[in-house]
Design a protein around this ligand. Structure first.
Ligand code: PLP
Length: 417
């Protein structure tokens, strides 16, 4: 199996499994218990928190463990609202993960006003719209993702947080960094980043298990806890800590830090994949030209269905995805690609390839080898493909013209080789 769906979830690293095992066995104790042997558990919890806090450039007591990024995000938004009920305005973006969008919709049902900031064709945030949306003394919080899960496009969170605080230091800035943490360096003490109040992430995107996440919350951030009960996590998140998984999460940070070169290896493979695929006519790499995560490539194949491509890839032993894992259960086109104005006949034929440090160059070569045949077979069956002209039947003339120019350039470069 060639696994290129790492933005959906990742394989647990062997080092992570090994680090967790003792905590399923001999060291099973509740870290809050007072007796001597439970102190090993409490020490492991403390150490794990320290490893993660240091990696992010924050204080240990600013990290709260929980179950997943979705819980972190819910805590950040609902907790901020509960702590400051006078402010009723939230700013987010149109391309957020449903973990943010659904909470914002719920907030709107409860009387909040939500502004959704748009993106351009490369998936970059509209800075002017963002600045215009900020309201001194009214905006409760900004919640804007760091890296988009579908395209890998990065938003300039330090800049956005700085602009926010320049207008009104009381507006909270939260970022969903589920896709970027450990895939790239994030130092929350660095210039601009010190304005970020809250940051959410999840273990299963970074080779730790599913079911563990964390919320960074800067000291004194006004935010009510989401789960009430025991006094774990300094009262910020009740419930006995999932110690094995917390140890695993910390190990995942350590493993990532020990192999910094992985980022460049992965980016080289991703770029090679895109260069190889771009030899196929009428395809678009969504988000190309924008700053992106090194591991993500979102490619639209004009005139064919993503689901068909996925099925054919599966037959070849390749796992990828046609949108975010949570929304790919429906045939609706991706809200992210629609926001980027990807044309109609391309938006349905989008595939996300997401690599990891376990991806091998030969995996990429295999995809490049099989993809032209898959595309050709599916286009022959497609009602959106003009078989005589060998081009898509696009209604949007402008996009067709751009695609033709691109195809002509490619043909010229092949002749010139
Ligand atoms: N945010 C982003 C950007 C994601 O990609 C995901 C998962 O795909 C989530 C949030 C939700 O993560 P979890 O399933 O760990 O709650």
């Amino acid at each position: 199996m060639i696994y290129l769906d790492n933005n959906a979830t990742t394989a647990v690293a062997p080092e992570v499994t090994e680090a967790m095992l003792p905590y399923f066995g001999d060291i099973f104790y509740n870290p809050s218990s007072m007796y001597e042997c439970a102190k090993t558990a409490a020490a492991a919890l403390k150490e794990a928190r320290h490893v993660i806090a240091s990696a992010l450039g924050v204080r240990d007591d600013e990290i709260t463990f929980n179950s997943c990024a979705t819980e972190s995000i819910n805590t950040a938004i609902r907790g901020a609202a509960a702590a400051n009920p006078k402010r009723k305005h939230i700013i987010t973006s149109v391309v957020e993960h449903p973990a943010v969008l659904e909470v914002c919709r719920e907030m709107a049902r409860n009387g909040y006003e939500v502004d959704y900031i748009g993106v351009n064709e490369k998936g970059e945030i509209d800075m002017r719209q963002f600045v215009r949306a900020l309201r001194a003394h009214e905006t409760l919080m900004v919640t804007i993702m760091h890296a988009n899960n579908e395209t890998g496009v990065l938003f300039p969170i330090a800049k956005l947080a700085t602009l926010t605080k320049q207008l009104d230091a009381q507006i909270l800035f939260h970022t969903d960094a589920t896709q970027s943490v450990t895939k790239m360096d994030i130092d929350l003490s660095a210039d601009g980043y010190e304005h970020i109040d809250m940051l959410s992430f999840s273990g299963h995107k970074m080779h730790a298990p599913k079911g563990i996440g964390a919320l960074f919350m800067r000291q004194k951030t006004p935010c009510r806890p989401f789960l009430l009960g025991g006094h774990q996590e300094r009262g910020k998140r009740a419930g006995t800590e999932n110690l094995p998984y917390i140890v695993g999460l910390a190990k995942a940070f350590e493993v990532a830090a020990a192999d910094k070169a992985a980022e460049f290896r992965i980016e080289r493979m991703r770029n090679r994949l895109e260069r190889g695929l771009l030899d196929i006519p009428y395809i678009v790499v969504n988000g190309r030209g924008a700053e992106r995560l090194p591991n993500t490539s979102n490619v639209s194949f004009h005139a064919i269905e993503g689901e068909g491509i996925l099925y054919q890839l599966d037959l070849e032993g390749i796992a990828a995805s046609s949108g975010s894992a949570c929304t790919s259960g429906t045939l609706d086109p991706s809200h992210v690609l629609q926001a980027m104005h990807v044309p109609f006949t391309a938006v349905h034929g989008s595939i996300r390839f997401s690599l990891s440090r376990y991806t091998q160059p030969e995996d990429i070569e295999h995809v490049i080898k099989v993809m032209p045949g898959i595309v050709e077979r599916l286009r022959k069956l497609s009602p959106f493909w003009d078989k005589d002209a060998s081009e898509p039947l696009i209604t949007d003339a402008e996009h067709l013209q751009a695609a033709r120019i691109e195809a002509a350039k490619k043909a010229a470069s092949v002749v010139g080789r």
